[in-house]
Ligand binder design. Structure first.
Ligand SMILES: Cc1cc2nc3c(=O)[nH]c(=O)nc-3n(C[C@H](O)[C@H](O)[C@H](O)COP(=O)(O)O)c2cc1C
Length: 192
């Protein structure tokens, strides 16, 4: 029987240098507890996204969310690629959208949405939750099934919740969960 501790041991980052604990503990699980998240935590998680930096302070992001069991949640799950359907165990699903605002200036909307999402993810981690971002979903179907403002372009779906207990879990999913996610080391160069 695999335990949460074993998953954490395998998946937890192994930084070579000290980093804040939210980064040192963060990984993206595919198995969640499904229990309800209190609204204060939800508000804090979105508040963190709100204060992300953005080009020209355009804040070109918008988030739609729903709770496990709700009609919109079930529709979101149905739009995910099959291999992403593990997300049905999440407590909350969030659709992160970008907004293509230009106003005559260069816009960095995908980058800015990413920054807002990372703020959200780290705040969630700080509060004891985990997130897994998913880019692989049927965007056209999602727009058919749910009502989005026409300026809001769904780009990522985020599964959010407490880490699952890993006792009742599909064998194949568990195998995927036990894979390490190593990081390349060659990514920074000090210039002369
Ligand atoms: C923009 C983006 C899209 C992603 N899409 C998917 C996805 O469709 N399905 C999935 O299972 N994971 C997806 N991931 C999760 C990554 O695979 C994961 O973050 C990566 O393997 C590193 O693992 P870690 O987050 O546990 O460190 C996505 C992550 C990002 C940032």
């Amino acid at each position: 029987m695999t335990t949460q501790e074993e998953i954490i041991k395998v998946r937890k980052p192994r930084p070579d240098h000290p980093v804040i604990k939210e980064i040192a503990n963060r990984f993206s699980p595919r198995h969640f507890l499904s229990e309800e998240i209190n609204i204060d935590d939800i508000n804090s998680i979105f508040e963190a996204a709100r204060f992300a930096p953005s080009g020209w302070n355009y804040q070109p992001w918008y988030f739609y969310w729903s709770k496990n069991g709700e009609r919109s949640f079930i529709k979101m799950v149905a739009c995910l690629e099959k291999y992403n359907r593990y997300a049905q165990s999440a407590s909350v699903l969030v659709v992160g959208c970008f907004i293509k605002q230009f106003k005559g200036k260069k816009s960095y909307y995908r980058h800015d949405l990413g920054a807002a999402v990372m703020s959200l993810v780290l705040q969630a981690q700080h509060l004891g939750y985990y997130c897994r971002q998913m880019g692989e979903f049927d965007g056209s179907k999602l727009k058919e099934l749910l009502t989005f403002d026409k300026e809001h372009h769904p780009f990522v779906i985020i599964a959010l919740g407490k880490l699952g207990d890993y006792i009742r879990i599909d064998k194949n999913l568990l195998k995927r969960e036990m894979e390490q996610k190593p990081r390349k080391k060659d990514f920074v160069k000090k210039l002369d």
